[in-house]
Design a protein around this ligand. Structure first.
Ligand SMILES: [Zn+2]
Length: 154
């Protein structure tokens, strides 16, 4: 009788691989247990195995079997790709932030222009009214002079 873990010395992921990284539970619901291979091609190589398959001494079944070193390599790959994704996310959020900054800059410029426009308009209105007031004053003075002049005539 050959040990189950001796069946393949190569990649277990291609043969039974539905699991990426360290398996937590078998599809059958059983726990995953850590075992040590006693087979000739893989002596003392650690592997993860479905507890149900272990207790029933199943062989060539579909229950979880995975070499620990491969699982850990998978895990490292997964983590490094996750780190890459996070890095990407950070970079993208920086771009978004830059965009917001740019928008704010444009908005400030527009606001400044609007303020300038309003200021100029207010100024022109004020100077218009000042000119109008001056005219009024001149008219008033003239009227006064006329009235005074007329009064002198009477
Ligand atoms: Zn199982």
């Amino acid at each position: 009788m050959t040990n189950i873990s001796g069946a393949s010395s190569g990649s277990s992921t291609t043969r039974r691989g539905r699991v990426v990284g360290v398996p937590m539970v078998c599809w059958c619901g059983a726990e995953i247990v850590g075992k040590i291979s006693k087979s000739d091609p893989n002596p003392y190589r650690r592997y993860f195995r479905c507890a149900f398959a272990v207790s029933n001494k199943l062989m060539d079944d579909n229950h979880v079997f995975k070499w620990v070193d491969e699982a850990l390599l998978n895990e490292v790959d997964r983590l490094s790709s996750q780190a890459k994704r996070l890095e990407q996310m950070v970079r993208e959020s920086e771009i978004v932030f830059d965009g917001a900054e740019y928008e704010k800059m444009v908005f400030d410029k527009v606001l400044m222009k609007v303020e300038e426009e309003v200021f100029r308009k207010v100024e022109s209105v004020v100077s218009e009214s000042q000119r109008y007031m001056k005219k009024l004053m001149i008219v008033g003075i003239v009227v006064c002079m006329i009235v005074v002049g007329l009064g002198n005539f009477i």
